[in-house]
Design a protein around this ligand. Sequence first.
Ligand code: ADP
Ligand code: MG
Length: 388
Amino acid sequence: MKEQVLTRFKELFGDEGDIRVYFAPGRVNLIGEHTDYNGGHVFPCALTIGTYGVARKRADKKLRFYSMNFEQLGVLESSIEGLKPEKEADWTNYPKGVIWAFGEKGMQVDTGLDLLLFGNIPNGSGLSSSASVEVLTGYILKDLFGFGVTNQDLALIGQFSENKFNGVNCGIMDQFAIAMGKAEHAIFLDTATLKYEYAPVRLKDAKIVISCSNKKRGLGDSKYNERRAECEEALAELQKVVDIKSLGELSEEQFEEYKGAIGSEVRMRRAKHAVYENQRTLKAVEALKENDVETFGKLMNASHVSLRDDYEVTGIELDTLVEEAWKVDGVIGSRMTGAGFGGCTVSIVKDEAVEHFIEAVGSAYEKKIGYSADFYVVEIGDGPSRLA
Ligand code: ADP
Ligand code: MG
């Protein structure tokens, strides 16, 4: 892959000077969904698939960007001066946002850049290609301009730029999982405090399979904001009877004791998901530490049921992928992952069942939904790096 992106870069931008190649992963969240803005825990891992970047510093103030995933747009040119989000700038708003964010944090990028990207994860499908591009850009700026930032800083800068430059109200999970990724480990992250711990993912004779629904999120963004608002309202109602700062502080028992304070049945279900999903995440990490993959899988299944019935963020495409997965022998657990409404599911599948899984779930999906799903058998990888 390195050779392919380097060759394309040289064709477009010439082969002189100090040209460097980088990689930042995508991520998948194993459990802990819609908990990150409720002060709860998440358990994502970085993948060995993600985004490649080729970059070279320029002597002038120009930015020249090209993505092999958006070839029809050609080379998009702009300047490091007066950076602001523009509709015509399309995907380049992501790397530009990061350059802008460095400036906001007192790290001025003073010369331009030639940058080529190639992602081998699907875009807009919940594997966080946007955060991958952000963390990649941050890592490139750090390396080319010598900024003294840690990988955790890169996560925060990436989130800041996505929130403030791209206007997407995302939590910290995606950028954190990508910037802090560690091969063969998932990251047990407390989103309230950013305390984290690496937990080895020892699946023995099983693989992580991502099923991509190819359903675009559509209404997803407005529903995402609606869920956030519902949880905030439920929290405010609970705060009248119990002293908490977030839903993530409640145990299941406490929730059952105080839930009467929530004024609507819908908000009660939303809050229930946030509380129970957080507790499931704690239990799932414990189970994994004890090599109890079966229990981990059952908690994944329960997570999906809760996201489907109480949080209502699944939809027929994700439900079909998961419900068909549950029917396959050798599936240890399966659930939707990411914000929902479209995007991907994540399943843990015994090695010998993977081929049949893809066949069976794929054909049932196509029959019911009318178009096909894509499958990725993935490995857990490291955070961003410069490729030698
Ligand atoms: P997700 O993060 O779940 O993949 P988003 O909608 O948040 O979905 O981000 C997708 C957007 O990120 C793309 O539409 C594009 O603007 C940008 N992007 C991601 N990967 C690339 C890439 N390889 N090249 C150019 N832009 C990319
Ligand atoms: Mg994204």
